[in-house]
Design a protein around this ligand. Structure first.
Ligand code: FAD
Length: 428
């Protein structure tokens, strides 16, 4: 027997689950499928390794779809400042230049743009956990997790998805929110442009001593950036523990060979190596807990839509995580697609017409491509070791700091405080 729905979402990650919650008030009958069971939240547990810097706009989206109230009860860390600088070169002619890395630093503060915070650092698993709790509040969302897709038939006006338990789902609209290796994208024969970067990212969950930090920073070095993100919660050493220790997440971008070396170190050795390599702004490290490495690539689907099919999030595009924008772009795809569909329903139109889906693609492709270009400008701009380029970018950082009005305008746009935003990305 075939179960008929209005929309089938493949992938219940952060982006897919946001779309399901966003569509729920429209009373569409939605099925969402993912082979992985939703992650649990265990209070007092060490933070999970994958974290995201959620922008102000992403926070509004998660609030408006009803997930933020659950996320707040888990672990999230607001950040109020953001800093970028370049560390002095260790060798070559650039090493004899005076160290102006403190002058040549751009620092943004939430108070400069009249905000309480610039964003929050949250664990990906907990964002997903909160969205699953929000989905469970809606009777018109059929959550098929864990359930594996056995096959898809995307030809014709009624799309069919057969699950491994033998059940068959059908709908006029199928949304591919199934990540960078999207099965929907492949089944729909949508090609993509893909390019691997030379650098890899090495991520570590650490504890540091001292007061809780409310700043995220990134220091550019000759091998790539070193970044620090504060995480929520004091380290729980029991009722008699009076030590001031907190969790943080570090990212070290470097060439594969160097990351191999870091991966081979014991956590004790790694702590020393990180402390020595990172700028003095890194608080004293107490322990390195968990590490992971990720190859970095960017990709962009040749089309986001086909008749009855739409791609969102990493299924449509992946971006250099340099400025932590991946999930923010995906959540904005979700907000725009939900708004496009909701408006069509209000005006009595079909929620799956190709004209409608194309209007979603038009809005998001330009925005996503622009962010990819900005990240590449940063990546390749800071990779350049030539002395004049180095001097110019240090001057640029120093001047950016001193151009208050322009800097604040850029910041408002980047955090999603201003700009042409869909309804879900605005404060309710
Ligand atoms: C090192 C690193 C650091 C990053 N840091 C940040 C950051 O700070 N901020 C930020 O915004 N972004 C960051 N990103 C990017 C961010 O993690 C991704 O953009 C985000 O996870 C994309 O969300 P998604 O829901 O589109 O895809 P995913 O998170 O990949 O979720 C896809 C879902 O689909 C499911 N799925 C897969 N295949 C199938 C199938 N065949 N059928 C059904 N379901 C399927 C999966 O189980 C999963 O639940 C980072 C990425 C990397 C590599």
């Amino acid at each position: 027997m075939t179960n008929a729905y209005d929309v089938i979402i493949i992938g219940a990650g952060m982006v897919g689950a946001t779309i399901a919650c966003g569509l729920a008030p429209s009373q569409l009958k939605v099925a969402i499928v993912d082979p992985v069971a939703p992650p649990d939240f265990v209070a007092g547990e060490q933070p999970h390794i994958r974290v995201s810097a959620l922008s102000y706009a992403s926070e509004q989206i998660l609030r408006n779809v009803g997930a933020w109230k659950f996320l707040e009860q888990t672990r999230i860390c607001p950040y109020r400042h953001l800093a970028v600088n370049e560390l002095p070169a260790k060798d070559g002619i650039a090493a004899v230049l005076p160290d102006i890395s403190t002058w040549a630093r751009t620092r943004f503060s939430a108070s400069d743009i009249g905000q309480e915070h610039l964003g929050h650092i949250a664990e990906n698993d907990l964002i997903q956990h909160s969205l699953h709790q929000a989905m469970a509040e809606h009777g018109n969302i059929d959550i098929q997790c864990p359930q594996r897709v056995a096959s898809m038939d995307l030809d014709g006006p009624s799309k069919q998805v057969t699950l491994e338990d033998g059940s068959v789902l059908s709908a006029p609209l199928i949304i591919g929110a199934d990540g960078a290796r999207s099965q929907v994208r492949a089944e729909a024969s949508i090609g993509q442009y893909k390019e691997q970067y030379e650098q890899h990212a090495f991520v570590a969950t650490v504890t540091y001593s001292g007061s809780a930090q409310d700043i995220t920073w990134q220091s550019f070095t000759e091998h790539g950036p070193l970044a620090f993100l504060p995480l929520a919660g004091k380290v729980n050493g029991g009722p008699d523990d009076s030590r001031d220790r907190h969790y943080g997440s570090l990212v070290w971008y470097d060439y594969a060979g160097s990351i191999d070396k870091l991966s081979g170190l014991s956590t004790t050795e790694l702590r020393k190596v990180i402390q020595a390599a990172y700028p003095a702004t890194l608080p004293p490290l107490v322990e390195v807990h968990q590490t992971a490495r990720f190859p970095l690539f960017k990709s962009h689907a040749n089309q986001y839509v086909k008749p009855g099919i739409a791609l969102v999030g990493d299924a449509a595009h992946t971006i250099n995580p340099l400025a932590g924008q991946g999930v923010n772009l995906g959540l904005m795809d979700a907000a725009v697609l939900v708004e496009t569909i909701s408006k069509a329903l209000v005006s009595g139109s079909d929620h799956f017409s190709i004209e409608l889906l194309r209007s979603y693609e038009k809005k998001r492709r330009i925005a996503n491509a622009s962010m990819m270009s900005i990240m590449d400008a940063f990546y390749y701009g800071f990779e350049n070791k030539h002395l004049p380029v180095r001097v110019a970018r240090n001057l640029g950082l120093g001047l950016a700091q001193r151009l208050g009005f322009a800097k604040n305008k850029v910041m408002k746009y980047a955090t999603g405080v201003s700009g042409d935003l869909p309804r879900l990305a605005k404060p309710a």
